[in-house]
Design a protein around this ligand. Structure first.
Ligand code: GRF
Length: 263
């Protein structure tokens, strides 16, 4: 590639396994033309911070300031805007061009959203964003809701972040089956394996100019010029990594990971 790599920040609140997966894709040269410049977290105990700094990625803690419970909606909104203005200052300082939210537990205000139009992505562990996304649909609750409604298929969604909650234009999805006997833990692990592959692919599509937005709808072109084929060839490097590190990544052997993904 003859262009400068796109500078990416990942914003996380917890364990940071999606941050790790994106970093691994970059280091394995699967995800190309992307530079991970920063991991930003809003909780001091976010494991993502340690992951980043121990692997040579700058880790920045900007602690979330919780408004008082008695605060008015306007005051709460102002607190979010103030926080986002601090984030924005840090991103501008590092010339960040693209933002990936990965388990970030704050809703962004228009301060950030408007500063990075169609350049902020989020990953969500379900397919139907209408029913299984939105305010309060986070973590385990998503998988509980999917199981309660007896879905046969779940998966993950990468979408652009706009001024809605989880309803921005969808860029890429990956489905996984729901099995009889699944519980929120087994289902979330199966979805997580897919998340780790899907987020980097979505980022690569965007970086490679394969995404066009027209009338609020995303048009992706993954096939011309053999793009998808070339991605799959490179992705083998990451699949091998998932296989070799399956126990530490998912707590199960790869045979099980494979089984849960491809059945
Ligand atoms: C993922 O399931 C993601 O879809 C959701 O939050 C979780 C973050 O996990 N938005 P991790 O911190 O990346 O491990």
């Amino acid at each position: 590639m003859d262009t400068d790599p796109k500078k990416l920040v990942v914003m996380a609140s917890g364990r940071g396994s999606n941050f790790q997966a994106i970093l691994d894709h970059i280091r394995l040269d699967v995800l190309q033309n992307v530079e991970m410049v920063l991991l930003l977290a809003n909780h001091a105990d976010a494991a993502a911070l340690e992951r980043a700094s121990s692997q040579g990625v700058e880790a920045l803690l900007l602690e979330r300031v919780m408004p008082a419970a008695s605060a008015t909606p306007e005051e709460k909104e102002q607190a979010r805007r103030n926080y986002d203005a601090r984030v924005l200052e840090q991103l501008k300082r590092r010339n960040v061009e693209m933002v990936a939210l990965a388990g970030f537990d704050q809703i962004l205000s228009s301060v950030l959203v408007d500063a990075y139009p169609m350049s902020i992505l989020n990953i969500h562990p379900a397919l139907d964003m209408g029913r299984f996304g939105g305010r309060g649909m986070v973590g385990r609750r998503v998988h509980e809701a999917v199981l309660a409604s007896r879905e046969k298929i779940s998966g993950c969604t990468v979408h652009f972040v706009d001024n809605s909650v989880d309803q921005g234009p969808i860029l890429l999805q990956h489905s996984v089956p729901v099995f009889r006997g699944d519980n929120p833990d087994t289902l979330s692990t199966r979805v997580l394996v897919a998340e780790h592959r899907t987020y980097s692919k979505a980022i690569q599509l965007l970086v490679d100019g394969r995404i066009v937005i027209h009338d609020g709808r995303v048009h992706a072109d993954p096939y011309s010029g053999m793009w998808d084929y070339r991605w799959k060839l490179r992705e083998v490097g990451y699949l091998k990594h998932q296989q070799e590190h399956s126990r530490e990544l998912y707590g199960v052997d790869y045979e099980l990971v494979q089984g849960v993904l491809w059945h």
